[in-house]
Write a protein that binds this ligand. Structure first.
Ligand code: NAD
Length: 367
């Protein structure tokens, strides 16, 4: 089924949950509310065939509950594909907390959220996403063991973002190899959108290799800081999508490749950290392909973070997490080749391989 965004007005016309466009046979959707702390959260469990549904918690000031529901449905589905393609024994889940992480987040709210996670008895395991930091996961750990991405001081794997960035870097190099014939990024013009936890580390890898990096973020202060640290340029043009660059790295929020932007993009490679970069994978993936733009599937190349937190469950350390993350380079090239062989987009190729793995396991589980 299509996972696509639509306007809040259109969303409201549909059946509230199972009729949403982004609903894709999710196993369980849990609405969490607590009057005292003001917590309003939704936990989406998409699929648990391969294992417990692991995925981060996003805190965001959604315009309305429809947007939050749509986001958790899309994100949890993406986690199913991400873990499956990465060879992890994990299902797909995600949570959203409705609110402003800067002003509405506090330990009481996070503990209450942790209690809801705990009530699912391990079917859903949480971690960081946008609006969350390692300290928040430590707070959740006070009330439930079903949390990863906790601090190293408490026996966890710490902030997953640097490992995510390393995986994105590997995926980008593979896409460059496929498109330009070399994975050397020195001299390549690369636009990074979103200089947050992942974006900054990605910029540091790219600058170190000699790429010509331009950056976009909502925060001018953030841009200044990172520019001074690594020597990357701040993008100053009117429209970043039509910027004359070789590579576009979406590292902010999802759905930036949509009806408004897909025909403007001049980059020949798209490789970034954001989840669900294609507003509609059935529409925008094929358009990119027709336009000769190589799109590295988001859920494949941004899997470093989940590979890192999975170490807390599978009991491996940072070195093994980095080794597995480095392998994203090989997997990305394999997916591009599979896509050519089977005449499909790389996104659909990665999805097909992930679905096969889940289907095989389903049959084994049924025996
Ligand atoms: P973050 O919140 O630390 O950073 C996001 C940055 O994007 C912020 O600096 C914000 O100002 C900026 N931003 C938001 N909207 C923007 C816009 N319209 N234009 C330009 N900049 C904008 O988040 P993060 O942890 O760096 O994650 C970035 C993306 O990668 C998210 O989509 C996240 O879901 C995805 N992701 C993150 C991880 C991880 O390990 N952190 C793992 C997998 C996927």
């Amino acid at each position: 089924m299509t996972a696509e965004i639509t306007t809040p007005q259109e969303l409201q016309k549909m059946d509230p949950v199972f009729g949403q466009l982004s609903f894709d046979n999710h196993e369980q959707i849990v609405f969490c509310h607590d009057k005292d702390t003001g917590l309003k959260a939704i936990i989406g469990i998409h699929n648990t065939v391969l294992g417990p549904a692991l995925g981060g918690t996003r805190m965001w000031k959604y315009n309305n509950e429809w947007e939050a529901l749509n986001d958790v449905l899309r994100l949890s589905r993406g986690m199913t594909y991400k873990s499956a393609i990465s060879g992890l024994d994990l299902g797909g889940g995600k949570a959203v907390i409705i609110g402003d992480a800067k002003t509405d987040k506090n330990p009481e709210l996070m503990q209450k959220f942790g209690e809801f996670v705990h009530s699912l008895s391990g079917k859903y395991i949480t971690a960081e996403d946008v609006g969350m930091v390692t300290a928040d996961m430590d707070t959740v750990r006070d009330v439930t063991p079903y949390v990863t991405g906790i601090s190293e001081a408490r026996g966890g794997s710490g902030n997953p973002s640097p490992v995510t960035a390393y995986g994105v870097y590997m995926g980008m190099k593979a896409a460059a190899k496929y498109q330009f014939g070399s994975d050397n990024l020195a001299g390549k013009k690369i636009l990074v959108q979103g200089i947050g936890h992942v974006g900054e580390t990605l910029v540091s890898h790219l600058c170190q290799e000699g790429a010509l990096v331009q950056m976009v973020d909502l925060s001018a202060q953030r841009l200044e800081e990172v520019s001074q640290k690594y020597g990357a340029q701040i993008f100053t043009g009117d429209d970043m999508y039509s910027a004359d660059v070789d590579i576009y790295a979406p590292c902010a929020l999802g759905a930036t490749i949509n009806d408004d932007t897909v025909y403007k993009i001049k980059a020949k490679v798209i490789a970034g950290a954001a989840n669900n970069q294609l507003a509609n994978e059935n529409v925008h993936g094929p358009i990119l392909q027709e336009r000769g733009i190589v799109y590295a599937p988001d859920f494949l190349i941004n899997a470093g973070g989940i590979i890192n937190v999975y170490g807390e469950i599978a009991h491996y350390g940072k070195e093994e997490a980095l080794r597995r993350t480095e392998n994203i380079y090989n997997t990305t090239l394999e997916i591009f080749n599979y896509a050519v062989q089977h005449q499909m987009t790389p996104q659909k190729a990665a999805m097909a391989i992930a679905e096969n793995r889940i289907e095989q396991r389903r049959k084994e589980n049924a025996k």
